[in-house]
Design a protein around this ligand. Structure first.
Ligand SMILES: [Zn+2]
Length: 207
């Protein structure tokens, strides 16, 4: 892939990731509460007004509204743009790493690989936030990432393994940061750290 195409792809995937982050905000709130993900469309939780499409642009929408609802002027949680930024950052980083290595991969293959790996990271991130909200993590949350990653476990098992280690370590750090700001007795953080240490140990033994 030539440098111009790969740079355009990188920017596009980062923006796509921010949009996934925006959707993740909806999933984190609605899925554990058994609410529909599509209905009603995005609205202000305080005054109920629908969010206009141009205010719904990830991160930028929150910035140009000054963190306040356009209709009732009530503050919108900073968590929304943070989750959107994390989405963009995760997709952008994984896309960059994949583009560096897989120079011969087709566009479609590259997209599906980045989607699978980023989906896995963001699923664990969302699980942490759901737990932070004192909600039960629904099993359905893991379904899309599992479906997306399954074919890669067969096609590229070594890469999935290496990425798996990196993902576990990265999400453990994210969860640690989350709980650093809001320390409470939780189960997922110690479990993630334990998993990261086990993976690291296996790698050390095998290498
Ligand atoms: Zn409002």
């Amino acid at each position: 892939m030539d440098p111009i195409t790969s740079n355009i792809l990188l920017v596009w995937l980062t923006f796509f990731g921010a949009c996934i982050g925006s959707f993740l905000n909806v999933v984190i709130y609605r899925l554990p509460r058994g609410k529909s993900l599509s209905n009603p469309p995005s609205h202000c939780p305080k005054c109920g007004h629908a969010i206009r499409w141009y205010d719904n642009v990830p991160v930028l929408g929150w910035l140009w509204l000054g963190g306040k609802c356009r209709d009732c002027q009530e503050p919108i949680s900073i968590r929304y743009p943070i989750v959107e930024s994390v989405g963009g950052l995760v997709f952008g980083t994984i896309a960059y790493l994949t583009l560096q290595r897989d120079v011969d991969a087709s566009l479609f293959e590259l997209f599906l690989f980045v989607l699978g790996m980023s989906g896995l990271v963001l699923t664990f991130f969302a699980a942490g936030l759901i737990e932070k909200d004192d909600q039960k993590i629904p099993w359905k949350l893991f379904l899309p990432a599992m479906v997306l990653i399954l074919p890669w476990m067969v096609i590229r098992p070594t890469e999935v393994f290496v990425y798996g280690i990196a993902i576990v370590i990265a999400t453990s750090c994210l969860h640690f940061l989350l709980y650093f700001f809001s320390p409470r007795q939780k189960t997922i953080t110690p479990l993630m750290i334990l998993a990261a240490m086990t993976f690291a140990m296996i790698v050390c033994i095998l290498s």
